[in-house]
Design a protein around this ligand. Structure first.
Ligand code: ASP
Length: 357
């Protein structure tokens, strides 16, 4: 059954007080990881017990995939990739399989990754065929002379380095298709034909996903920030972008400094929200600037950017962040954000709604 999210913020900005947040320093040799699965008008009554359970299970699987890498002494970058692989394959999240559609009925996905130790970064925009956009972003970072590759060039590059490729129909889900059709009808826009190679209408039972229609105030997107045992940090973000977007539209997620940033001199950040605001503010780098040059505590820095700078532009969304000295933070100005954190030796702390710690 499709989940309809109640709309309490049609006008973009959701004016709500700061959520309860956390900040803590961890012993230097401990790894830590923070994950998000999107922010927005996500409310308990609308999500329902099944939706709630499914999203929490996805976050849990993802954070444990990253944790397993870190527990074996793996790098922050490897943990970023492993975590996002799980979310990209989970149809509940707007990344990889389950990505939202453009108004022309295509999945155009964006992703980026950054290594805080070296400031190396990689990104892809508008990919339609690579199974894992985050792996494609990493390949751009490690196997090309560039930071970002877009469109068919990015898919061709991913194929040339041996990454798993898919037919575009792999990314199709009935839930997201129905979400697009509903949105376009509301906007009196033409409905594109069902993509080639997908199951006939009515055959696939839609999974319960949050409604990402324009005006619903919900943003999917997946992201992770990690600190490994060596104290190196990294960030990654992977998304289908905004439902019903114009073909070729690129959001903040693949833009280094906007949706993703990592530097061992300050912090690692991944964002989710209406990307246009994140690009204009350079949100991820802005958080790190406050840490690096104004010597702010990480929690204060993320709150400053989300609750003051983003709100001043009437933008909506959230961020997760981590520092090399083990401060963890999240901040969002929406009623909910799918989020989880885990520190070596501790328990997963997870939240969806504003009133959770
Ligand atoms: N930030 C993403 C974009 O604008 C959307 C999201 O977070 O859901 O593409």
């Amino acid at each position: 059954m499709r989940i309809a999210i109640s709309i309490c913020a049609l006008m973009g900005l959701v004016a709500v007080s700061a959520p309860r947040t956390f900040a803590q320093e961890q012993p230097a040799h401990h790894w830590a990881i923070v994950v998000h699965g999107g922010a927005g008008v996500i409310e308990k009554s609308a999500l329902g017990p099944d939706g709630d359970k499914a999203y929490r299970a996805g976050l849990d699987r993802a954070i444990h995939a990253g944790a397993a890498v870190l527990d074996k002494g793996g790098s922050a970058l490897d943990a970023v990739e492993a975590t996002l692989h799980v979310l990209e394959e989970d149809p509940h999240f707007n990344a990889g399989k389950g990505a939202v559609f453009t108004r022309e009925g295509k999945n155009e996905m964006d992703a980026s990754i950054m290594d805080g130790a070296t400031l190396m970064a990689g990104a892809v925009a508008g990919v339609q065929r690579v199974h894992s956009p985050i792996s494609a972003a990493r390949a751009v970072m490690e196997k090309s002379p560039h930071v970002m590759i877009a469109g068919h060039g990015a898919d061709d590059f991913a194929a040339s380095v041996g990454l798993k490729m898919e037919e575009p129909s792999y990314f199709f889900t009935e839930s997201r298709w129905q979400g697009l059709v509903k949105q376009l009808k509301k906007q009196n826009m033409p409905i594109p034909p069902r993509p080639a190679g997908v199951p006939p209408a009515g055959e696939e039972i839609p999974v319960a996903v949050v409604d990402e229609s324009e005006g619903s105030g919900v943003h999917g997107t997946t992201g992770v920030v990690v600190r490994d045992r060596k104290g190196n940090i990294a960030a990654g973000t992977s998304t289908g972008g905004m439902q019903g977007k114009m073909p070729g539209r690129v959001g903040d997620s693949p833009i280094i400094g906007a949706g993703t940033y990592a530097s061992n001199k300050s912090c690692a950040v991944s964002g989710t929200g209406t990307g246009e605001y994140y690009i204009r503010l350079g949100v991820a780098r802005e958080v790190c600037n406050l840490v690096q040059y104004r010597h702010m505590k990480l929690q204060d820095a993320v709150d400053e950017v989300i609750h003051k700078e983003l709100e001043a532009l009437h933008g909506d969304g959230g961020v997760i962040a981590i520092t090399p000295d083990g401060q963890l933070a999240w901040s969002f100005n929406t009623p909910g954000m799918f989020r989880a954190r885990l520190v070596e030796g501790g328990q997963v702390q997870m939240g969806i709604y504003r009133d959770e710690p």
